[in-house]
Design a protein around this ligand. Structure first.
Ligand code: AMP
Length: 218
């Protein structure tokens, strides 16, 4: 299975990706997580990416595409993968199509997570993440059992810098301008599978399961 997850920042992509991995064992590749790991390690890529991420802007296509091409060339991707946060521009989508065509494979589906901006602003203000393993939490929807401590690995659970309210507004603007057009791009390829995450991620996940089953993917 080769999936992509499309959705605004704070739409629940990470949570739904974790459900997909738990249920189907599919490899989860998050460009945001790769950038954050590079920032933590202070690699040249991390230092460059941080300039954009801190402003709520997209990292340039050239850097992001090279990074994902590298990642998809690794052997663990051969059995399938789920891309969370990539592609985010039409150019990235076109380049992904070319990468997959070179390998002689195609996408299975593009999951579009639907949620209103108002709900996103509310949820992002409560979003927390483990700085060690990346597990995500949300106050009050999915809090860590012990405040500030990760249930999975015991690491520290914090609010991401780019989840500050002013940065969230610019990330949402960037999403509507640059990423939302991808829904039509993948509709034209008959790959879109819609999941409404306005109420609860488990309901959205049920929709995804039904959609994948209807398409005889699972
Ligand atoms: P995320 O965790 O997916 O919300 O990503 C965090 C930040 O990383 C985004 O706000 C962007 O600045 C950057 N980023 C992640 N994926 C991409 C991408 N495909 N293209 C450009 N920038 C990205």
């Amino acid at each position: 299975m080769r999936l992509i997850l499309l959705g605004a920042p704070g739409s629940g992509k990470g949570t739904i990706a974790a459900e997909l991995t738990k249920n189907y064992g599919i490899l989860h590749i998050s460009t945001g997580d790769i950038f954050r790991a590079n920032i933590k390690e202070q690699t040249p890529l991390g230092l460059e990416a941080k300039k954009y991420i801190d402003q709520g802007a997209l990292v340039p296509d050239s850097l992001t595409i090279a990074m994902i091409e590298d990642r998809l060339a690794q052997p663990d991707c051969e059995a399938g993968f789920m891309l969370d946060g990539f592609p985010r521009t039409i150019i990235q989508a076109q380049e992904l199509d070319k990468m997959l065509a070179k390998k002689g494979v195609a996408l299975t589906a593009a999951i579009s997570i639907v949620i209103s901006d108002d709900e996103i602003k509310m949820r992002v203000s409560g979003r927390r993440v483990c700085i060690v393993c990346g597990a995500s939490y949300n106050i009050p929807f999915k809090p860590a059992k012990v405040d500030g401590i990760c249930d999975v690995c015991g690491g520290e659970v914090i609010q991401r810098d780019d989840d500050k309210p002013e940065t969230v507004l610019s990330r949402l603007k960037t999403y509507h301008e640059k990423t939302q057009p991808l829904i039509d791009y993948y509709k034209a390829q008959n790959l879109i599978l819609t999941a409404n995450n306005e109420v609860n991620y488990l309901l959205a996940f049920e929709e995804i399961k039904k959609g994948l089953a209807l398409r005889k993917i699972i």
